[in-house]
Structure formats: structure tokens, C-alpha cells
Write a protein that binds this ligand. Structure first.
Ligand code: GSN
Length: 212
């Protein structure tokens, strides 16, 4: 297998769902860490980036940007992108739903979190979004498996990460969602994933710059 390299800031951020996928599927990858001080309009790594942003993921000669493109690529590479046309479409749909929530979450972290009122409003609105994922789970084997079908998919790694992000700020946010709570615990206890989640490299990587 060719060398897999994730180029990103020293953060979980948009790199983390990719790492969860790689870890759970037993892949070895290299971390190419770009420090914030080395990132500017003039830096070669930014100039070369197709959209001027990271993460970048390299599989041998192939360089990919856009975190969801990378997830879909790795999903296909490791056989975790849905098993037929129906599942492939549903996995894509769930992943787009996670992306919508991630964008709301970024706005929260970078703007709304600055005021008590902003934080309160976000917390009040959050169950409306989490409920959508609870319902997705209940519609697939009564919530006993994954978001789609019988097998984990790249959308599940992305969802697990966005749940972690929310629990960081709102530790009880899943308390009224029994299926999401059990789903999260089930995924976290998968052996390779649990090894990664408990690793030093993971716990030493902050979720966001200067925000813990
Ligand atoms: O999903 C993606 O990879 C893109 N749609 C967004 C990538 C992105 O926003 N990258 C940020 C870091 S992660 N998030 O906040 C980034 O490279 N920021 C530095 C910059 O100069 O824009």
C-alpha cells in the first residue's frame, strides 16, 4: 500500500473524522503537522492547496483536499461507503447532514461562544439537530446498528466526531437521546478505535486552537 499522509494543523478539527476512519480500519498514516506560524498567504503549503485550505490527504501520488471528499475516498478505499447504490446514497445524505451541523458548530465556536447569550441560544437549538440523527438511527434496525445498513461507514466516523465536539461544550447534550448515546458508546468501544481514542497522540491534540 502507498504511503498515507494527513497534512493539517496540530488540531482535531476537520482532520479528526479522517483519523477516526483510518484508525478503525487499521491503517497506518503519517501526520504532516503544519504549525500556525508556518501558515500564511505566502507559505508554499497554502499556495499549493487547491482551495487554499487544509486538510490535505495524500495517498501516494494522489493529493486530495476537502475533508468530505477525503472521507468519501477513504470510505471507498476501505469498504466503508455503503454496500449498494441505496446505501451509498444514504451514507452520502447522512454525511451531508453532519456537514451542516459541523458548519453550525464552527460558527458557534468562532462567534456565538463569545457571549453567554450566544452559547445559551446554541444549546437551546441543539436538540432539534440531534433529534434528526436519533431518528436516522431509529429507522435503521431500531437504532441497534449504524446510521445506514449493517456496517460502519465514513458518515458514522464523521457523526461520532461531531458528537464529541458537542459533548466538549455540552457534556449532557445526549441525555435525552438514548439511541445516539448507545450508538456512540458502541462505536467508541470498537477495539482499534478505542485504542486510538485513548492514545496520547489523540488526547494531546486540541479540538480547536486555544479552545481546549
Ligand atoms: O472540508 C474542508 O476541508 C473545507 N470545506 C474547509 C476547510 C477549512 O475550513 N480549513 C480550515 C481549517 S479547518 N477549520 O476551520 C483552514 O484551512 N483554515 C486556514 C485558512 O487559511 O483558511
Amino acid at each position: 500500500m502507498s504511503e498515507l499522509v494527513l497534512t493539517y494543523f496540530p488540531l482535531r478539527g476537520r482532520g479528526e473524522p479522517i483519523r477516526l476512519l483510518l484508525a478503525d480500519n487499521g491503517a497506518s498514516w503519517k501526520e504532516n503537522v503544519v504549525q500556525f506560524s508556518d501558515w500564511s498567504e505566502k507559505s508554499p503549503v497554502k499556495e499549493k492547496a487547491v482551495f487554499g485550505q487544509m486538510p490535505k490527504f495524500s495517498d501516494g501520488e494522489l493529493d486530495l483536499y476537502q475533508s468530505n471528499t477525503i472521507l468519501r475516498y477513504l470510505g471507498r478505499k476501505f469498504g466503508v461507503a455503503g454496500s449498494n447504490d441505496r446505501e451509498i446514497a444514504l451514507v452520502d445524505m447522512v454525511n451531508d447532514g453532519v456537514e451542516d451541523l459541523r458548519q453550525k458548530f464552527f460558527r458557534f465556536v468562532f462567534f456565538e461562544l463569545k457571549t453567554e447569550k450566544g452559547k445559551e441560544n446554541y444549546e437551546k437549538d441543539l436538540p432539534k439537530h440531534l433529534k434528526c440523527f436519533e431518528r436516522i438511527l431509529s429507522n435503521n434496525s431500531n437504532g441497534t446498528k449504524f446510521t445506514v445498513g449493517d456496517k460502519i461507514s465514513y458518515a458514522d466516523y464523521n457523526l461520532l466526531d461531531i458528537l464529541h465536539c458537542h459533548q466538549h461544550f455540552f457534556p449532557d447534550c445526549l441525555s435525552s437521546f438514548p439511541l445516539l448515546t448507545a450508538y456512540k458508546e458502541r462505536i467508541e468501544s470498537r477495539s482499534k478505535l478505542s485504542e486510538y481514542l485513548n492514545s496520547e497522540q489523540r488526547s494531546s491534540r486540541p479540538m480547536f486552537p486555544n479552545r481546549g
